[in-house]
Design a protein around this ligand. Structure first.
Ligand SMILES: [Zn+2]
Length: 310
């Protein structure tokens, strides 16, 4: 993958989401933003495990400040390298120059819900780090992952091609940062740029391939193989062997029972493959974890390389 460094444009602004969440309200509507002077008010939603073992959605009202172009939350001069998102990096210069002035940098807050199924998507996300999970929810409270979005993909690109209504929930599974722009702006740019439209089409094909593989995986492969596949995918996107992850959420994402995941995680821990403690899972033996994973790990990677790697 071609790695190029591009300094932040003047129009890029860093939005820092404060950590002081004032109010939690269960089952609220999707991400909303309101700008008031230099302060950004951002209503975020968070996943929360409910008493039935399912995942409920809670919302929080967060406040933060919009820093000036190219400055971080301490006011230091920074730049947002375009290259950390592979798809931004792969765009021809002419296409990137159309997007660049409208990109804003945001933090992807752990467990924030970026959009709920059935709600209109307002922003397109290009993650630089962290992982966003696209999940479907069932009437019994279960939420199952159908695809992962990280530094190798885009969240919400479909909105440039067709309907803006999201088919699934988008939840920040691992925290990080992303460049975002408004859907309408993205759509207008894509209408007039063949390279961007082509990238979006290939990307949506990749998402469909992921969703298809997830369905087959959950129907046919064992819990250990699914958990290993899931941990490897998170590791690839986060580039870290230590994952901020609970067994509860892992079980939800792979469509397994908490007890089954707990037993498998114990087995893998005793075998020295992983170590888990207080909301973290650490990968200790990558080779054995790969051996434990089902074929879906390699299949999804090969779909990505064929469709999106330049
Ligand atoms: Zn599988």
């Amino acid at each position: 993958m071609l790695e190029r460094q591009h300094p932040a444009t003047n129009a890029q602004r860093r939005i820092t989401i404060g950590s002081h969440f004032r109010t939690f309200v269960a089952n609220m509507s999707a991400l909303n933003r309101a700008y008031a002077g230099g302060t950004t008010i951002i209503a975020c939603q968070f996943v929360k495990t409910n008493h039935r073992g399912g995942v409920a959605i809670a919302s929080a009202l967060a406040s933060g400040t919009v820093a000036l172009p190219g400055s971080d939350r301490q006011g230091n001069v920074t730049s947002m390298p375009r290259s950390t998102n592979h798809l931004l990096a792969s765009l021809p210069d002419a296409a990137f120059e159309l997007l660049g002035p409208h990109l804003q940098a945001v933090d992807l807050v752990h467990e924030a819900v970026l959009v709920q199924a059935g709600d209109p998507l307002t922003h397109v996300y290009f993650p630089h780090s962290g992982v966003i999970s696209l999940v479907v929810s069932l009437a019994g409270g279960e939420m199952i992952e159908v695809a992962m979005i990280g530094r190798t993909s885009i969240m919400g690109a479909f909105a440039a091609l067709e309907d803006r209504i999201s088919l699934n929930h988008a939840i920040v599974q691992l925290p990080g940062t992303a460049s975002v722009l408004e859907v309408e702006r993205f759509r207008k740019i894509a209408e007039h740029n063949t390279a961007l439209r082509d990238l979006i089409t290939r990307h949506e094909h990749f998402l469909f391939a992921q969703a298809q593989q997830s369905a087959a995986c959950n129907a046919s492969h064992g819990v250990e193989a699914r958990l290993a596949r899931y941990l490897l995918q998170l590791r690839d996107l986060s580039r870290s062997d230590t994952l901020l992850l609970t067994q509860e959420l892992s079980a939800q994402m792979i469509g397994a029972r908490r007890n089954s995941v707990s037993m498998v995680a114990n087995t893998l821990q005793h075998a020295g493959v992983i170590r888990y403690s207080r909301g973290h899972i650490e990968i200790l033996d990558l080779a054995r974890l790969r051996k434990a994973a089902c074929e879906c790990y390699v299949t999804v990677r090969s779909h990505h390389d064929r469709l999106l790697r330049s």
